[in-house]
Design a protein around this ligand. Structure first.
Ligand SMILES: O=c1[nH]c(=O)c2[nH]c(=O)[nH]c2[nH]1
Length: 319
């Protein structure tokens, strides 16, 4: 969280600012072999935004109840919503950078801003027209599948306003692979009750985070290096589909390796995964025959891993 030069932590802001912008600029991305995704019309460009500020000038608002330098969080909400109309770009990261820049301009006593947003995904519905099928550009359905997010931290210093931290992400991916995953060879001792599995129905929850070498590539898609979350999930789908995996640990490493290989503009990719492997009730006799499974019981295992470009050097090849 936001810390002052004095080392004190002090911040306030507004969360759950729901912003449904229509007709943002369309996004076009360079395509990659793992994904048919080419871009987004951005007819609906909707976000749930969280915004907070910090400043030495705000200290007395906490210690003395002095509101002279306080921008009401209600005004912050209005600022975010109204400035969203003025944004001419087409990426979540760009929108957050735009709002931050405008806020620093308007309120020069603010030293630091932390801003993040979850994209609220809407996908166009398919409609029959003129004897064929097309994507409606008027009717959209709210999706409750995975969603993209971004988070930025800015600090004002004598040198100007600097980006202190940035991360883009895709959260709440839930994927099941019904066959082609195993987990065996782990330590067997007096605490082991889990049987070895040579073909398990692997259900994973997955969050993927990525950082650009130059954040300008996230803010401005015209530079030609924007990484769309749709491309990231298509890489995850492809790697999960193609590879037989001995563990979630190795699966996320392979996904990360492929993401960094496909996108040289990224410095780092990070994972948080959760094991929700279905519990087997009726074992299938062979991979394509009937099996019956049920929800696993808690507690659930999890994994975390960060890959940087050093992981792509010789000897670290993924598959
Ligand atoms: O992919 C897995 N990794 C583990 O470390 C683990 N541990 C466990 O009980 N099941 C699994 N699965």
């Amino acid at each position: 969280m936001l810390k002052l030069r004095s080392g004190r932590t002090l911040y306030y802001g507004k969360g759950d600012v729901l912003s449904y912008r229509t007709y943002a600029a369309p996004l076009t991305v360079r395509s990659i072999p793992e994904s048919p995704y080419k871009g987004d019309t951005n007819v609906i460009f909707a976000h749930n935004i969280k915004f907070s500020v910090s400043s030495e000038a705000l200290l007395t608002s906490f210690t003395e109840g002095d509101n002279k330098q306080v921008v009401a969080t209600d005004s912050m909400k209005n600022f975010i919503l109204r400035q969203t109309a003025n944004y001419e770009g087409c990426t979540t990261e760009g929108l957050l950078a735009f709002i931050s820049e405008r806020f620093f301009d308007r309120y020069p006593h603010i030293d630091a801003i932390e801003i993040s947003a979850d994209r609220l995904p809407f996908s166009s519905v398919t409609v029959g027209e003129g004897g064929g099928w097309s994507d409606s550009q008027l009717v959209f359905r709210r999706s409750h599948n995975e969603h993209a997010s971004a988070a930025l931290k800015w600090v004002r210093s004598n040198a100007g306003i600097q980006l202190a931290q940035h991360e883009s992400s895709l959260s709440h991916i839930q994927l099941i692979k019904v066959s082609g995953s195993s987990f065996y060879g782990f330590i067997r001792d007096e605490y082991t009750t889990l049987p070895e599995s040579y073909d398990r129905p692997l259900f994973i929850f997955l969050d993927i985070f990525w950082t650009y070498a130059d954040a300008a590539d996230a803010f401005d898609s015209e530079r030609g290096h924007y990484v769309a979350s749709e491309q990231v999930h298509d890489i995850a789908h492809t790697v999960f589909h193609k590879n037989n995996t001995p563990s979630i640990q190795y699966l996320i490493y392979q996904i990360g390796h492929r993401i960094l290989t496909s996108f040289p503009q990224l410095a780092e990719v990070r994972f948080e995964s959760n094991n929700r492997t279905w519990e087997t009730i009726v074992e299938p006799l062979d991979p394509n025959s009937a099996g019956v499974y049920t929800e696993p019981r808690p507690p659930y295992g999890f994994q975390g891993f960060t890959l940087s470009r050093d992981d792509l050097t010789e000897g670290n090849e993924g598959q």
